[in-house]
Design a protein around this ligand. Structure first.
Ligand SMILES: C[S@@+](CC[C@H](N)C(=O)[O-])C[C@H]1O[C@@H](n2cnc3c(N)ncnc32)[C@H](O)[C@@H]1O
Length: 305
């Protein structure tokens, strides 16, 4: 049977499904509290939200009176760590999510800051256009859930993909079927035109590995196109970051990108190397380390300034 090109969506899963982020193994949840067993992988214990706040401070993005939007905030864990670290700088936060259940959970987790928060139930791809008055946009581990064209042939692109490829000079394979992150590209296009500073992150099809941790490249495609990741009840896709960078740059924005390994402060120790290279999973702590390394190495972030 011939494979058909089609757009894949996850909106029904998140809107109506019983979403369990523990089955998705998000880095944000793994590093959600300093008591997490995964902290053993870091140079010093630090929640993901706190590491992100530090990155944004270093890059000069955070300043007093900021109005922040987080899309797809899941259990509210990133925003909790972020507000614990730098809440005094934040005037207002709007959380946008497709899932009413997750918004309810975010409301509970973020109740200490309730006076600063509002919650919007909607699809960020639609809501973004009508939003204004935002100084910082955050979308962590969500881009791979947005619409993705699958099984495209380079010589027979859908009109919208053709427009994006031609307008922004996006590289696509010369032959063979490939997938295309149309939803993530649309979001970056809109954000870039709005002029908002933005942080986005996801599993990457073109990951970055710190130069002194080259062993983490094992069996990874470093220049690939989006790959399907099958999860409980839905699939997500890795993101071709070079496409997002090209769109933001073309629209005149400055961009910085890096690996999660550096963002979260992965410990660069001989033990890490031994556990990963030797696939040492016999005891529980090594097994957690191996699992974390195998997962985190594919993650990449993008900051649009
Ligand atoms: C994989 S979870 C990531 C959660 C959290 N950001 C983290 O890093 O742990 C995806 C989140 O994005 C939300 N989501 C997925 N697609 C969305 C869309 N199109 N618009 C708004 N929220 C969306 C889901 O309901 C969920 O909260």
């Amino acid at each position: 049977m011939p494979v058909m090109k089609e757009i894949r969506r996850t909106d029904r899963h998140y809107r109506y499904g019983a979403v369990d982020l523990m089955t998705e193994y998000t880095i944000c949840e793994s590093l959600g509290s300093i008591d997490s067993p995964y902290m053993v992988a870091l140079r010093e214990p630090r929640t993901f939200g706190s590491s992100l706040a530090e990155l944004l401070m270093e890059r000069g993005v955070l300043r007093p009176g900021m109005r922040v939007c987080e899309a797809g905030g899941g259990y509210g864990t990133l925003m909790r760590g972020f507000l614990e670290e730098r809440g005094y700088l934040i005037e207002y936060v709007v959380m946008v999510d497709l899932s009413l259940r997750l918004l309810e959970r975010q409301r509970r987790v973020l109740s200490p800051w309730s006076g600063k928060l509002s919650f919007v139930n909607g699809n960020i791809q639609e809501v973004l256009h009508s939003m204004s008055g935002i100084d910082l946009f955050i979308m962590n581990e969500v881009a791979g859930d947005l619409e993705t064209w699958v099984n495209l042939e380079p010589a027979a692109l859908p009109d919208e993909v053709s427009r994006l490829v031609d307008s922004y000079g996006l590289d696509i394979p010369a032959s063979g079927l490939f997938n295309f992150n149309v939803g993530a590209i649309r979001v970056v296009e809109t954000l870039s035109k709005k002029g908002w500073p933005a942080f986005l992150s996801e599993h990457s099809s073109d990951p970055l590995i710190p130069s002194d941790m080259g062993y983490l490249e094992r069996d990874l495609d470093m220049e690939g196109y989006p790959r399907e990741i099958k999860l409980k009840g839905h699939s997500e896709f890795t993101i071709r970051f070079s496409h997002l960078l090209a769109v933001a740059r073309f629209l005149g924005r400055e961009v910085v990108t890096g690996s999660f390994a550096e963002l979260v402060g992965l410990a660069h120790s001989p033990r890490m190397r031994a556990v990963f290279c030797g696939r040492m999973t016999a005891n529980e702590e090594n097994s957690l380390l191996y699992e974390f390394l195998d997962h985190v190495r594919e993650y990449r972030w993008l900051l649009i300034l």
